[in-house]
Design a protein around this ligand. Structure first.
Ligand code: AMP
Length: 423
């Protein structure tokens, strides 16, 4: 199979790495890719936003299967564009990507299907939203309904903050995505992610993972795309994974099929493990980044065969390694704010040769013989090990070999898992 992967980050590198191992693969292309992905794929300079260009390339090159890694493409309808041109692709369709594209839709689906989640109401005007927020007490959570590049959620600590957040959204602070909002109850607990793969009717579990959203050690500082992750997540033992499948994933896939918009592809379940059990925080219609970077090293089965089976309605259970995988994101000073670009990275080959290490590139570019740091998140230094402690020690030993001007990372990736194990 000739495969086209769409995207350019660390998640896409992990997918390219896993796809490249498939015996079904004859040739792998990635648009636009990065310097790391170029080790596994032929990178083609088409931006992931250029749907016309991607479809044209796929048709002209005779692509057999397209893998779409990110939500803006899926919610924007790239799956539908490929399929209309006769190119099979990993979903979901634009209609089914509503699970990520509209928070209000998901909350209504939860209410109908009896899926545990925070109390909520949807609003299209500020005054009733403020009154409902008051009635919930504080903190209270205010969410823009649509996609807002991961920024559409404000946790308001008091009435002033809640009113301000509601006004901000209705005044277009998050663009169109804030013209409808969800106000919901604050859930207290530990967050974890669980991933499943669906063919529209059948669904198989993938694995659980936990990421680290804040930029600083001890979960301090501003939110980021994610500074590290590990899988499996001890907070989601097998019994809870089963709950995730039976009480969340399966009823959701069934409800989507019943609505005539079958959900095909990766389903990312964001959970809050509260005192009264797991509750849904959100759905995403793709792998997490950096969670994908710890799922792929644990996947024993053929990723390409699995994604293709999900597209063709022939899904079968997948096999996993028992090893733990842990990834440390190395970023450029200033991230998640502005950061310098273009510094030369050293030590990559030496680090990659260490036991259990795979390095996924997130924001890199090749210039001559050099690899340059060109993103906020630059590298995902990923290790496997028999437990979190070993994977963590291996990852940080590799991180210590890698340098560029202004490089930084969190030094405590895995702390929740280790605390749970120790205590
Ligand atoms: P979302 O985009 O819905 O995933 O929200 C982003 C982040 O906001 C989540 O990962 C949570 O950390 C937090 N969050 C969202 N909803 C709630 C809630 N109801 N209670 C507590 N935290 C929440």
């Amino acid at each position: 199979m000739k495969v086209l992967l769409v995207g350019s980050g660390g998640r896409e590198h992990a997918l390219a790495w896993a796809l490249a191992k498939s015996p079904l693969l004859t040739r792998l292309y990635c648009a636009p890719g990065n310097a790391g992905i170029a080790q596994q794929a032929e990178c083609v300079a088409i931006p992931a936003t250029d749907f016309d260009g991607l479809v044209r390339f796929a048709v002209e090159t005779g692509i057999d299967f397209a893998v779409i890694a990110a939500d803006p493409q899926l919610v924007g309808g790239l799956w539908d564009r490929f399929e209309a041109a006769g190119i099979r692709a990993s979903g979901p369709s634009q209609a089914a990507a509503v699970l990520e594209g509209s928070k209000g839709f998901v909350k209504d689906l939860c209410a109908e299907a009896g899926i545990p989640t925070a109390a909520y109401r949807r609003f299209t005007a500020p005054d009733p939203a403020k009154a409902y927020a008051d009635s919930l007490g504080h903190p209270v959570v205010i969410k823009a309904d649509g996609l807002a590049a991961g920024k559409g959620v404000i946790i308001a600590g008091n009435k002033t903050e809640a009113d301000k957040a509601i006004d901000f959204m209705f005044e277009g602070g998050f663009g169109e995505s804030g013209h409808a909002i969800v106000v919901e109850e604050f859930m207290e607990g530990e967050e974890a992610s669980f991933f499943a793969l669906s063919d529209g009717t059948n669904v198989v579990p993938l694995a659980g993972a936990q990421d680290h959203k804040r930029v600083g050690d001890g979960d301090t500082g501003p939110n980021t795309g994610g500074m590290g992750a590990y899988s499996p997540a001890p907070v989601l033992p097998p019994a809870l994974e089963q709950v995730a499948m039976e009480q969340f994933i399966k009823p959701t896939v069934a409800a989507m099929a019943a609505r005539g918009m079958p959900y095909m592809g990766i389903l990312y379940l964001g959970l809050m493990i509260t005192r009264s059990g797991p509750k849904l925080v959100e759905y995403n219609c793709r792998f997490g980044d950096p969670e994908c970077q710890v799922l792929m090293p644990r996947l024993k089965s053929d990723l390409l065969a699995a994604l293709r089976a999900a597209r063709d309605g022939k899904l079968a259970p997948l096999e996993w390694h028992d090893d733990v995988a842990l990834t440390v994101v190395m970023a450029s000073q200033g991230y998640p704010g502005s950061y310098a670009k273009g510094h030369v990275i050293t030590g990559l080959d030496e680090a990659a040769a260490m036991p259990g290490i795979t390095i996924f590139h997130a924001g890199t570019e090749r210039r001559g013989g050099d690899i340059l740091a060109v993103g906020g998140r630059v590298l995902d230094v990923t290790a496997t090990g028999r437990d979190v402690a070993q994977a963590q020690a291996r990852a940080y030993a590799a991180v210590a070999r890698i340098h560029w001007k202004g490089a930084f990372c969190r030094s405590d990736i895995g702390w929740r898992a280790l605390a749970r194990q120790d205590g």
